[in-house]
Design a protein around this ligand. Structure first.
Ligand code: C2E
Ligand code: MG
Ligand code: MG
Length: 695
């Protein structure tokens, strides 16, 4: 969270105050303009009226003077009087007429006025009263005399001159003063009335930065209060929705436990808080759960998951108290569901590997107790990986990843729990490197089938072989399957790898048969291959392509793979049996085959596991008894038996004497490359066979 951004937001632009000030200024300007206009028009009208009165008076006076001059018989005076009148700026023409319209005197500034003067004079003589005529640029006033009339042309341009500035100055000064006080006052008023808006803005920004806070209380009693109430309601709603979204995003909907996201947050929180050490991350996997879930419908699965979660949570709380006895820190362990079959606990304050292991051990034990559910007793096979924060990672992701790494190693570890160590990390890196190299090797065809001879004990001849995968690197070093098969199975590369071996084995066996020295070939089947529904189809397609008689191919499937799901195994191998492919149980005696299951399965061959042959070697009477039993059983069921890993002649003799059909082991030779094995076959068949093609 960066408070600096909110500080930046708080500087609200004062747009409204500026606009109000502008508005006030405009109002004053408009008032000034209107006042000026009114003043000017008013002054003009007053001046016009004044002018009329003045010219009329002038005309009357002039008429009076003319009357006097006429009465005195001093007509020559009229001329002098007219000259005086003409000096006035508002008179620009004069005409004096007698009653018969004879011009006594006439003086004109321009000849254009002559007609107007004439018209006015005629009218005044005719009407005998004052007349006023509007003419272009002024007026003509006529006043009657005792013997006729006078006409005065007035209003030259200079007649009216309105002096604007002195007339407007006081009012403009007043308005300027008003502007100087009104504008700051307006700004102040606007700001003052908008203060609640600032408060609301600040509140909204706090909510944006820090999430919902206390509702806002505004002192203003106006519309802002309504707005604040609307704000509070909106935020309360948003807060509710946010809580709901968080609930959905951070809680597992089935168990109501925190989910992976929330778990990561919690661990990160403790890593940031804890100085000396944050705590332990324990990741649990319930290995039998996926199979069980396959058999349950959705509702049942959810119900069962809730039962598991309850057990997990209560056990975590109990163990937490047990392990934290005597500690002062009060933070309780947090249980979470990370994945479908994965649970986790974060135990704050559990900082030593031994305490963490103790925690895991107790919790593992609690989870491994059978679950009583709907009348069934179900054991789920829990195992646990542990990592310490911040010892095993600077953030939650790293610590959880390391706990997962430990979980990967936990299955084979004592107590099915493992605390992360640096060597696990190195192993993981080595695995990843190997996996990357394997992908390249697959493309380069570096995985080859080597063939180990199988001896028919009835005649001592090599009549079959087992194809064993070898990684032949470009520098001719050979890597054996013990190293790469587990990685191939984990990474899913086993499918492509086994297909490559199967293909090569079938093509080679077909070539040997064509050359007249046939040998059956057996190929190992991985658990992963057997999971594919198209397993039989794939095998049969390869056999057909290679042109191999199906009865020449034997598939070695380990006991545990078959026993995982007996009915499915039966269904999968049925088409292969029908086609004539032989089936062998590999490593027999290591797993948990029941006699009933064995009799049900349509196998042709049992391969007795090497450990029993080793037992013979040690003179272990029990081992010998088991071999005898297996041989007797195979005899009863009509199965052939292969003794694996035979290294000494005595072992073969022991087995042969008890009806064992085949022997395979270093006594006869380790797996060799295809050309070497073909050479062995050729030598055995004598020189009369044709050369085996290299296909
Ligand atoms: P497996 O099928 O039981 O193969 C027999 C293993 O015993 C082979 O080891 C073989 O070299 C070894 N062996 C044979 N004779 C003797 C002996 O006299 N003494 C001793 N001590 N060992 C002997 P390898 O080749 O290392 O294969 C190991 C396992 O890898 C195989 O066990 C098989 O499960 C798996 N595997 C090998 N190739 C393939 C393959 O192409 N596909 C699959 N899916 N698995 C394969
Ligand atoms: Mg095998
Ligand atoms: Mg074997």
């Amino acid at each position: 969270m960066q408070p600096s951004t909110s500080m930046r937001h708080l500087k609200r632009p004062h747009g409204l105050a500026a606009r109000a000030a502008l508005f006030a200024a405009m109002l004053i300007a408009v008032t000034a303009a209107l006042t000026a206009a009114i003043l000017i028009v008013g002054a003009q009208q007053a001046s016009g009226r004044d002018q009329i009165v003045r010219i009329e008076n002038h005309a009357k006076q002039f008429a009076g003077a003319v009357n006097e001059a006429l009465a005195n018989g001093t007509i020559a005076e009229i001329d002098a009087l007219a000259q005086v009148s003409l000096r006035s700026p508002s008179v620009r023409g004069i005409s004096v007429r007698t009653a018969d319209n004879t011009t006594v005197f006439e003086a004109l500034a321009t000849s254009a006025d002559a007609a107007a003067l004439d018209r006015a004079a005629r009218r005044v003589i005719a009407e005998g009263q004052l007349v006023r005529l509007s003419v272009d640029g002024g007026m003509v006033v006529g006043a009657p005399t005792q013997d006729g009339g006078v006409a005065l042309r007035s209003w030259s341009d200079e007649a009216f001159r309105f002096d604007l500035l002195p007339a407007l100055a006081p009012i403009l000064l007043l308005l300027a003063g008003l502007g100087l006080t009104a504008i700051p006052l307006t700004v102040w008023l606007v700001r003052r009335s908008l203060a609640p808006l600032d408060e609301l803005t600040r509140f909204a920004e706090t909510v944006t930065d820090e999430g919902a806070t206390q509702p806002i209380e505004l002192q203003a009693g106006d519309e802002f209060r309504t707005l604040a109430n609307a704000f509070n309601q909106m935020i309360a709603r948003l807060d509710k929705s946010m809580r709901h979204i968080q609930q959905i995003a951070l809680v597992d909907p089935v168990t109501q436990l925190p989910n992976g996201e929330q778990f990561v947050r919690e661990v990160d929180h403790w890593i940031v808080q804890g100085k000396a050490g944050a705590g332990a991350v324990l990741v649990f996997e319930l290995q039998r759960l996926p199979k069980l879930m396959q058999m349950l419908d959705q509702a049942a699965t959810r119900d069962f998951m809730r039962v598991i979660a309850e057990r997990f949570t209560s056990a975590a709380q109990t163990v937490d108290k047990l392990v934290r006895v005597g500690r002062r820190d009060g933070a309780a362990a947090m249980a979470a569901r990370l994945g479908t079959v994965e649970f986790a606990v974060f135990a704050p304050g559990v900082v030593s590997a031994s305490d963490a292991a103790r925690f895991a051990q107790h919790l593992n034990a609690a989870l491994n107790q059978p679950f009583d559910w709907r009348g069934h007793k179900l054991t789920l096979g829990a195992c646990c990986g542990v990592a310490l924060a911040p010892r095993d990672g600077r953030d939650a992701d790293a610590v959880i990843r390391h706990a997962h790494m430990a979980l990967g190693a936990a299955q084979a570890a004592p107590g099915r729990l493992k605390v992360f160590t640096q060597s696990l990390d190195r192993e993981a890196v080595a695995k990843l490197t190997l996996e990357r190299e394997m992908r390249g090797a697959l493309e380069n065809n570096e995985f080859r089938a080597y063939f180990q001879p199988k001896i028919n004990l009835a005649n001592g001849r090599i009549e079959a072989c087992e194809a064993l995968a070898r990684w032949v690197r470009p520098d001719r070093t050979i890597i054996s399957p013990g190293r790469f098969i587990p990685v191939a199975e984990e990474s899913g590369l086993i499918g492509a790898l086994s297909d490559a071996i199967m293909r090569e084995a079938c093509w080679k066996a077909a070539a040997w048969a064509r050359a007249g020295c046939a040998a059956k070939v057996s190929v190992n089947v991985s658990a992963l291959q057997f999971r594919s529904e198209r397993f039989a189809e794939n095998v049969l397609r390869i056999v057909q392509h290679a042109g191999l008689a199906p009865k020449q191919l034997e598939l070695e499937i380990t006991e545990s793979v078959v026993m995982e799901d007996l009915d499915r195994a039966l269904r999968l191998i049925q088409p292969l049996r029908e086609a004539g492919v032989r089936l062998a149980i590999d490593d027999f005696g290591c797993g948990h085959s029941s006699l009933a299951a064995l009799s049900k399965l349509p196998f042709d061959v049992i391969k007795v596991d090497q450990q029993f042959v080793r037992a013979l070697e040690r003179g272990d009477a029990q081992g010998a008894a088991i071999i005898e039993m297996i041989l007797a059983l195979a005899d009863t069921l009509g199965l052939e038996v292969v003794a694996e890993g035979v290294e000494r002649r005595q072992e073969v003799e022991f087995m042969a004497a008890r009806g064992c059909h085949w022997a395979q082991g270093f006594l006869y030779g380790a797996a060799v490359s295809a050309p070497e094995f073909a050479e062995m076959l050729r030598r055995q068949a004598g020189e009369d066979v044709v050369a085996i093609d290299a296909a």
